[in-house]
Design a protein around this ligand. Structure first.
Ligand code: FRU
Length: 499
């Protein structure tokens, strides 16, 4: 892939470039890796979801976007919206770095609805003439034209005692007071959280101090994209850890998205966890998750995440000039103290023609005849303590993309070792989760270059980008007495070019 210079990465979107980007985006319509039901960039690179909120009867979501190619460059916010979390509509560019305080990128942030406005709190990544960086927390409001209107001046300037890394504001309200939680790096280069409070959204923000998690000193080198949500009676602290170093070898990647459940003590700036932190996703490519909130459903949140990770690259799509997806939106609930993650209910409508049906191990109908489709929804129920093997995108004598459950060890494993197109092998090609209560169900969503595996009705999720070669076109299924159905998903991704 071409080397990108600092100048090329620093380009701010210029209207004059629209038709060039449109041309490249149109070429992508024939790409075998483009998604049928995921949010994906028109062209260029997308990473974190931003500003996720339910507002005026629709879900609004933005994503970090570099319009010119598959590299991390000058970040813009691109806007998409949806009525049902399944059909997303392209709304166009919402925000570009065009003021002093965000002159090197409109970085990540959150959405917050108040008195008829959707507020967008975000980080202005600014640099001076010597390329020295300062990060400010800024505010915008969504205008009726779908564009963000920036409010003058920063809400929060960089705090003393911390490095240049202070970002990703989560704006929320509790008992009539407003809070902003950000991720930060101490001068000793350790990851932490800073909590700010104010009586008003638009001014008066004061640093309260570091939010501490009882029993923990800090988290890796840097905390990114923190989110704090009260789901039912339980507080959930979600965040992404940059480089956990020697801290936790149980985490699979160098960059990991984790969560705690517990209680919040705002007076003492302390989160009291009721157990160790856990991975939000036990697969390969997942980072920077954030929650959206619909007041009609106060006991759940909807989670969106970058179907990617800062260290990872995906050569297959890099070559085509684009990078990244958002994961399927997940509904989060806390049940018996446990965070559950399920596809949004609207995803039932994704299921089109039933391609394959086996009941109690016997095939009732099959129009696939061993051929693996490029998109599929696979549902497996009641394996009755049996081992299971699903080999997707396989070829003779190869495992392909394997999902296997070992009944003796009670381990569920996702394995992409055998695929022709490899990516990010430095972080391993196998992921395993131990299922204390065994396997009860699996729901697998395959969308050309991605797989999301929901285990036991939302107990665990494993996500993987995969890039099957044309030769990898077979499917094999093994497991006695299983109920297994495969549907052809409908196409719900918007392909309209809107900038
Ligand atoms: C996480 C992150 C954020 C930052 C954004 C920049 O992936 O590094 O901390 O705001 O991406 O694109």
């Amino acid at each position: 892939m071409k080397e990108w210079t600092r100048e090329e990465r620093s380009r701010i979107f210029d209207e004059a470039d629209s038709s060039g980007i449109e041309q490249k985006s149109t070429q992508l319509l024939s790409s075998r890796w483009r998604s049928d039901f995921h949010v994906q960039p028109l062209y260029g690179l997308m990473n974190d979801p931003n500003g996720f909120a339910y507002y005026n009867g629709r879900w609004h979501l933005f994503y970090q976007w570099f319009p010119y190619g598959p590299v991390h460059g000058m970040k813009h916010w691109y806007h998409v919206s949806s009525e049902d979390l399944l059909h997303w509509q392209n709304e166009g560019l919402a925000m570009k770095p065009d003021v002093l305080f965000d002159n090197y990128g409109c970085y990540s942030g959150s959405g917050f609805v108040k008195d008829g406005d959707l507020y967008l709190a975000y980080t202005g990544n600014s640099r001076d003439y010597n390329y020295v960086r300062r990060q400010y927390q800024l505010l915008a409001k969504l205008g009726t034209d779908g564009k963000a209107k920036k409010l003058a001046g920063p809400l929060i300037s960089p705090a003393e005692g911390y490095t240049e890394h202070q970002r990703d504001p989560k704006l929320f309200e509790l008992d009539g007071k407003y809070y902003i939680l950000i991720g930060a790096q101490t001068d000793a280069e350790k990851g932490t959280f800073l909590l700010y409070a104010s009586e008003s959204i638009e001014e008066g923000w004061q640093l309260q101090g570091e939010l501490k998690v009882r029993g923990y000193e800090n988290f890796g080198d840097m905390v990114e994209c923190p989110d704090l949500e009260k789901i039912g009676d339980t507080w959930v602290l979600l965040f992404s850890i940059q480089d956990h170093g020697e801290g936790d070898r149980n985490l699979p990647n160098r960059f990991n998205n984790v969560y705690f459940t517990g209680q919040m003590d705002f007076a003492n700036l302390e989160f009291i966890p009721d157990g160790p932190y856990r991975s939000l996703d036990c697969g390969f490519d997942f980072y920077a998750a954030q929650c959206g909130f619909d007041p009609a459903h106060p006991d759940c949140r909807v989670l969106s995440a970058w179907f990617g990770c800062p260290d990872n690259t995906w050569p297959a799509t890099d070559e085509e000039g684009w990078s990244g997806l958002l994961t399927m939106p997940r509904v989060l609930t806390v049940e018996n103290g446990k965070l559950m993650q399920r596809p949004a209910p609207s995803f039932e409508q994704l299921k089109g023609e039933l391609l394959f049906n086996a009941e109690n191990g016997s095939i009732v109908s099959d129009t696939m005849h061993g051929l693996m489709p490029s998109t599929a929804v696979i549902r497996l129920d009641d394996p009755e303590n049996e081992s299971v093997e699903l080999n997707l995108f396989t070829r003779p004598r190869k495992k392909g993309f394997e999902i296997r459950y070992d009944k003796n060890r009670k381990n569920l494993t996702v394995d992409r070792t055998d695929m022709i197109n490899q990516c990010n092998t430095d972080f391993g090609t196998v992921r395993t989760v131990h299922l204390e209560n065994g396997l009860q169900s699996l729901e697998v969503y395959i969308d050309r270059s991605s797989a999301e595996i929901f285990v036991n009705d939302g107990e665990y999720v494993l996500s993987a980008r995969i890039f099957p070669d044309a030769q990898e076109n077979l499917i094999r299924m093994g497991g006695r007495n299983i109920d297994l159905k495969i549907w052809k998903p409908k196409k719900t991704a918007d392909t309209e070019f809107v900038l």
